[in-house]
Design a protein around this ligand. Sequence first.
Ligand SMILES: Nc1ncnc2c1ncn2[C@@H]1O[C@H](COP(=O)(O)OP(=O)(O)OP(=O)(O)O)[C@@H](O)[C@H]1O
Length: 884
Amino acid sequence: MNRVANGVVSWVDPELRELATAAPITLFQRLSSSPKGLTEQEATHRSAVCADNRLQRHEGSVWVGRARSAVASPFVALLTGLGVVFTVLGDLRGAVTVSVMVLLSVVLRWWQQVRSDQALRGLRALVTTTTTVRRRPGDGLAPTEREVPPEDLVPGDVIVLATGDLVPADARVVAANALLVDQSALSGETLPVRKGPPSPVPDRQPRGRTGGEIADLSSVCFAGTSILSGTATAVVITTGPRTYLGTMAEQARHARPESSFDRGVRAVGWTLVRFMLVMAPIVLAVNGTVTGDWAQAALFAVAVAVGLTPEMLPVIVAANLARGAVHLSRQQVVITRLNAIQDLAGMDVLCVDKTGTLTQDRVAYAHSIDPAGRPDGEAAEYAYLAVHFQTCPHNRLDEAIIDQLATDDAPLVTDAAFTKIDEIPFDHTRRRATVVVRQQPGEHILITKGDPDQILPRCTHARRAGEVVELSEADRREAGEVVRAYADHGMRILAVAACEYPARLSGYDEGDEHDLVLVGFVGFVDPVRDSAADAARTLADHGVTVKILTGDNRHVAAQVAAQVGIPVGEIVLGTQVEDADDAQLRRLVARTTVFAQVNPVHKARIVTALRDAGHAVGFVGDGVNDTVALRTADVGIAADTATDVAKDAADLILLDKDLTVLARAMVEGRRTLGNTMKYVKITASSNLGNVLSVLVASATLPFLPMLPIQLMVQNLLYDAAQLALPWDRVDQDYLRRPRRWDTGGLTRFMLTFGPLSSLFDLATFAVLWWLLDIDSPAEQAMFQAGWFIEGLLSQVLIVLVLRTRQTGMQVWTPCGAPSRPVLAAAVAVVLVGLLLPWSQLAGALRMAALPLGYFPWLLAILFSYVVAAQVVKARYLRGGRAWL
Ligand SMILES: Nc1ncnc2c1ncn2[C@@H]1O[C@H](COP(=O)(O)OP(=O)(O)OP(=O)(O)O)[C@@H](O)[C@H]1O
């Protein structure tokens, strides 16, 4: 069977496994390629057929996916259903009005999401990576090697990999030299894996591996993994979303747990559906019984149902989120998932790492000391030797050693005097790195540097004044004290130890890191950011508990926490997290603020336990293997400098990895949610009031109090005014606590302010009926215009009163007053409403101009309504109830 059709390989695992072990000639044949690589023409042809070699799905499908998520909202479903009912009942004007509402909300929401996707792509484009590919200019011509963007790779391309490279696609190794690959992104397996062309003996699953068979194929390098050391030539088998990582990323995307915002939106949707289900049939029954015209009653009931739905909610939410996203990007925060802004508002626990978030991220070498704490350069010399030969990527500590010790001739001299034999790279679980070198023939020196807690137990001897002496218990305690004393001053300490071995041909592994001689310690400073304490205080003042999750030593963690003002208490270590079952862990995380010596797996478990305990959790991470925790958290946050995979998993990307930026972003999230909640609560209560008025009017009037089309135009006008709400101010009080969607509060709010507004509607009916004598079916157009104006004006005005919890004249003080856009929109809509019965549209809306005598009464009713709303608000708040 030909598995390469038009250069596209259709993948299932058995085929991958087959290609993993295939002889080179079969491999190239199956991929329609050759060891000299593809021709440029063939590569162009294949790239036209295959999707780009990107982790994300093809652009087209992202747009479709976004469209799908924009449509999938309970309000859209509800309104579409009501639109269908209108059509069935023959009211096309009603159906069109509802369709416009639905279309507007879907398009706006979709547009916002696509725009933010584009912004993120723009950000990613700033990070350039290239891959070396071997291609021929044409058939029969010699191949050349050149650098191309990873997106340009196609199945069949021959690539050359070297130390420090990110593997750009799933590729079968055809030749390798001491190839060591970090596969932790795929399998959680933290030890590096040796890779090379397949051996004649089939691969066996290594013990203790967590990644499953695929990741254990030792002849395949997978996209997203990185080359720790060595070189390789490989042929690309599969690219982009079809790689192993691509499918995992896709699964993880789908597996994302529902966030607190999503839960809130769903709950609001259901509360409104319940109200509608109760109210619409009642309106139908009352109106049908009184008028006897059941068809008209049915139309009216559907219009009431539309009126009861805050139909512009998706639009207002989208507009709010968009404004929030723009504001955040000005504050160095890029949003990758719009809803994350609302989740940010609900966040009550923020898990942060230490380096860069709390500290200045400028690690500097400080000193070198012997095991007893006396100044001595030997530890630094060994550490430099180890870093010099280390091929796994240098981190900040390594760079600090190089900056300080790689003086003019040092690299040359080191290369001349020593030869590298082997390496056991650093990883977050081992918390140490080892290099083996040869100085004298017949003798190897193993040098290990790392967390003192990891190194000291592996030492049996120590250096003292140039001598190697046995490490007594007292010496060990003394060394521990030295580490602690420096760590207590916030200094990061690496222990350095060495050991001599007779030269051998076989490689070295962890089993050789024992019976070491402790050479001493090197110290580093990474000062706490000046702004960190202020930011931590701001977060605490706003009800967010900051927890530190660091791979570093407990003393340093405690010191940094104390400097930043985070209460320390009991410090929990990674090993304790590992030993605790889920229930124990929930209790542990509830009382702990500092977790030290934790690896990425522990971090993910801590986040899950916090979520299980009901918290809305933010998590800051930047490693490839922080992906799980980033996805598990309600808000995953990564710095711009993080790996692509981590950024892909994050909801927020910080262009400046600083806690202050995060604190500001959190306040912005609450402001956004505050303005959204204003709309939901005030609108739902006004609509409930309308329905109650309609019920009373239906039972008492010989005609409809308002026609369905009038009811919906009134709704549209009101909603148009509310489009300015995202630009409104929010009470300081509201911003001070984590906020989630609160539907319990919504019901109470509706039941208080809905009937209140209804009272003033009834007063309007009374004025129209008894005082102005508009009391016959022939005059219904005038009556309906009267209620249309009063209803619209009272709804718009009440937003200005209820939008803040300030009472009395405070509403008009600078912090309580509405923002200018909100005020301007309200005035504009009030004017339109007042002029409508006199306009050209009056006929289409079946309204008649009102007698001027109506307006003093209107003024009095509106004034009394505002005063009454203030009084009720004050009482409502005195009852200790949550406001918006
Ligand atoms: N280059 C290195 N060589 C040897 N050991 C190292 C190296 N870098 C770090 N370590 C040790 O491993 C420990 C854990 O480091 P890791 O990078 O996992 O911490 P982290 O979680 O990133 O810390 P942070 O919270 O500060 O960001 C360090 O405390 C240190 O003792």
